[in-house]
Design a binder for this molecule. Structure first.
Ligand code: URA
Length: 209
């Protein structure tokens, strides 16, 4: 798992523990997902390019650094990935946002795509693909394939919790994609849910169960 980066930090551990608790309600769950994503994004953006710029302080001219965030693309996998978008956009306010809608067939666990709207990726420098739960990895691989077909170069996958099965599936298909996560959990159950996990992230965000 050489492309897996587990962001190990007391704040993340603390907040994730509250999210895992089945008694945590949707309001707190949404807030915590936003907060952890912000902390994950700090690490996941560590290698993005900066360009030198000239500015003037009130005292003199100086050189500084700028991120060309117009060239950055953020793509949540619907629906649960939506809970991570706003927090990344706080850091990269001019990034473009694409959406890929995928659900898992409950029997085969294979991804079924029902929506895809992406900005032009040919000029983009980096694409952050967002899904809180990297479980089987099938949806992630499907989404990464679409992004690459549309011209995405560097792809960084950001998740809250990853299962070893999902990480290996992404690495096997796309060894160049880096994965950032708050936790590598134990395993998947027979229904493709992560153990110990936090349940269905979409249902917990949007109280659909
Ligand atoms: N998707 C979820 O929301 N939770 C899991 O445990 C696995 C996939």
């Amino acid at each position: 798992m050489k492309n897996l980066f587990i962001v190990d930090h007391p704040l993340i551990k603390h907040k994730l523990t509250i999210m895992r608790n089945k008694n945590t309600g949707p309001k707190e769950f949404r807030e915590l997902l936003r907060e952890i994503t912000f902390l994950l994004a700090y690490e996941a953006t560590r290698n993005i390019e900066t360009i030198e710029v000239e500015i003037e302080t009130p005292l003199e001219k100086t050189k500084g650094y700028a991120i060309e965030d117009k060239k950055i693309v953020v793509v949540p996998i619907l629906r649960a990935g939506l809970g991570m978008v706003d927090s990344i956009l706080e850091l990269l306010p001019n990034a473009s946002v694409g959406h890929i809608g995928i659900y898992r067939d409950p029997l085969t666990l294979k991804p079924v795509q029902y929506y895809c709207k992406l900005p032009d990726l040919s000029n983009s420098t980096v694409t952050f693909l967002l899904d809180p739960m990297l479980a089987t990895g099938f949806s992630a691989v499907h989404a990464i394939r679409i992004l690459k077909e549309k011209g995405a170069k560097q792809i960084v996958f950001v998740s809250l919790i990853a299962a070893p099965e999902g990480v290996l599936e992404v690495e096997k298909n796309f060894p160049d994609v880096k994965i950032y996560t708050a936790s590598l959990d134990r395993q998947l159950n027979d229904h493709g849910y992560i153990l110990p996990g936090l349940g269905d992230a979409g249902d917990r965000l949007y109280r659909t169960k």
